[in-house]
Write a protein that binds this ligand. Structure first.
Ligand code: GLN
Length: 511
């Protein structure tokens, strides 16, 4: 089997056995990027020189008999939302087009410490806001299963990169579904860990109480491998959980005996595509044939999840994005042009004797902020900043933000009750397979509904995974979602692996 078709776990065995070197592997993946990324557009930035020199150093250390990290020699692609020291980190935004972070995110330091080869930074919706990667300021990413389709988003590049074998592993972030939805659309396995399981230090913030980093890969085993590396308490992130990281790689192959699966009617309602539903019901049968039992659970508040999420996430975003003011770092409007415009406006108002408007004219500082932000942010980001600022403003705060927090609590309580009876909740990741690029451009609400089955896990802070479970007649992948109680990632991985032992959907490749 070619190295491009192997799973990361298989590649690791080849590397350890000396059948392939990190340099050869890196060259093979760089070659694949060279060949296909023109059509796919998964990467914003590939630094071949950097990757090859990392690979070479790892090969030399291996030859010298040194003890190497868990990912020694494996190429990993990283969503361009993680700060990489000395390496541009754009977050898919003009605002950060030339931003070169002075430090590494903890996830990046952990990858480097595990001797991974950082192969490139992947495309994403601007500041992770979106579900199609079309909100990137720089390029569109195409779904490898149909180039006219979206790879999903916001971690679209990370998912498309793994699906088209341009990297065996990638890291994304998931605030409302941004790992699981693209994983489902691209036919790969992707996990949103429990809030706090993976450090957010150096992850450019979108909605801080929801954001969580996680792995995308071809198999559950590979997700286990990557999660083991990036998980863990981090003193640099006060919200990271101080709980030990289990060895996911040693448990992932153990089947779960007496597995109790929760079936929530709320996940099988209107709008669920027939083929998606059939594939998910088939997946449930697979588990039953492995001895699992299915129990009905109820998530009565999940119908408010989208509304709740689209208050809380924009509120947090409007606060987090206030820092992009053209002063500290990032984009600043052309001040010469701005000052000239301002002088011209002033002259005209003076000529017209318009004293009211003259008095209301911006100061140069306010004008600089305003122009910087209007030019630096795209339409969706501006929409969220406006929604968030509105919902947080005096008089509306209680009606929107505080109310949303209360509903969030109820959503979490639904899960707490359900997980008293079952190990995992099973259902579809998305209501439909990948939609066409451009299809939802004019309809942000339709795009928001994409997150129907995924946002609840973020609001509740629980863990969830998407696993390939079928392919539609039109040849598009279908994702199965498993959700688990906080810090039960081990169960998710073992259950996902059980499914992948019984099915071969995860081995299917786009042509
Ligand atoms: N699609 C959702 C949004 O636009 C989720 C994004 C995410 O998880 N980063 O907010």
């Amino acid at each position: 089997m070619s190295v491009l078709e192997s799973s990361a776990t298989e590649l690791l065995a080849e590397l350890t056995a000396g059948n392939v070197t990190a340099t050869e592997l890196t060259q093979a993946y760089l070659g694949q990027i060279e060949k296909h990324d023109g059509a796919i557009g998964a990467f914003l930035n590939v630094d071949a020189e950097r990757a090859l020199s990392q690979a070479k150093a790892i090969d030399e250390r291996r030859r010298a008999g040194e003890k190497l990290g868990l990912l020694a020699g494996l190429p990993v692609a990283v969503k361009d939302i993680f700060c990489t020291k000395g390496w541009t980190t754009t977050c898919g935004s003009r605002m950060l087009e030339h931003f070169v972070p002075p430090y590494d995110a903890t996830v990046i330091s952990k990858l480097i410490a595990a001797d991974a080869v950082l192969i490139g930074k992947t495309n994403m919706d601007e500041f992770a806001m979106g579900g199609s990667t079309e909100n990137s300021a720089f390029k569109q990413t195409h779904n490898p299963w149909g180039l006219d389709r979206t790879p999903g988003g916001s971690s679209g590049g990370a998912a498309a990169g793994v699906a088209s074998s341009m990297a065996p592993l990638s890291i994304g972030t998931d605030t409302g579904g941004s790992i699981r939805q693209p994983a489902a659309f691209c036919g790969v396995t992707g996990m949103k860990p429990t809030y706090g399981r993976v450090s957010r230090y150096g992850l450019v913030a979108f909605a801080s109480s929801l954001d969580q980093a996680g792995p995308l890969a071809k198999t559950a085993e590979d997700v286990a491998l990557l999660l083991e590396v990036i998980a863990g308490h981090d003193p640099l992130d006060s919200t990271s959980a101080n709980v030990p990281t289990p060895s996911y790689t040693s448990s992932v192959r153990q089947p779960l005996k007496g597995l109790r699966l929760g079936f929530a009617r709320e996940h099988f309602g209107d709008g669920l595509d027939r083929e998606v539903e059939a594939a998910v019901r088939e997946a449930i049968k697979v588990y039953e044939s492995q001895g699992a039992t299915v129990h009905e659970v109820s998530l009565p508040h999940s119908k408010y999840a989208i509304a709740t999420y689209y208050i809380i996430a924009p509120c947090e975003a409007s606060s987090n994005l206030a820092r992009y003011d053209g002063v500290h770092y990032g984009y600043r409007t052309d001040e010469k042009v701005m000052l000239a415009e301002l002088a011209e406006e002033r002259k005209e108002l003076e000529r017209a004797g318009d004293s009211a408007n003259l008095a209301a004219l911006d100061s140069s500082l306010v004008r600089m902020y305003r122009k910087t932000r209007s030019e630096g942010f795209g339409a969706e980001v501006k929409r969220r900043v406006m929604l968030g600022s509105y919902a947080l403003s005096a008089g509306y705060y209680d009606a929107y933000y505080v109310k949303a927090l209360k509903v969030r609590r109820l959503i979490r309580e639904d899960y707490d009750a359900a997980f008293k009876d079952v190990d995992l909740i099973i259902g579809p990741t998305t209501a439909t397979p990948a939609f066409k690029l451009g299809e939802m451009n004019e309809d942000p609400l339709a795009m928001y509904l994409q997150d129907l089955y995924t946002v609840s896990a973020n609001l509740a802070g629980i863990a969830a995974i998407s696993v390939p479970c079928g392919i539609t007649q039109a040849g598009l992948p279908i994702g199965l979602q498993l959700q688990a109680a906080p810090f039960a990632e081990e169960k998710l991985l073992r259950a996902a692996h059980m499914f992948q032992q019984a099915t071969d959907w995860h081995t299917r490749k786009p042509t």
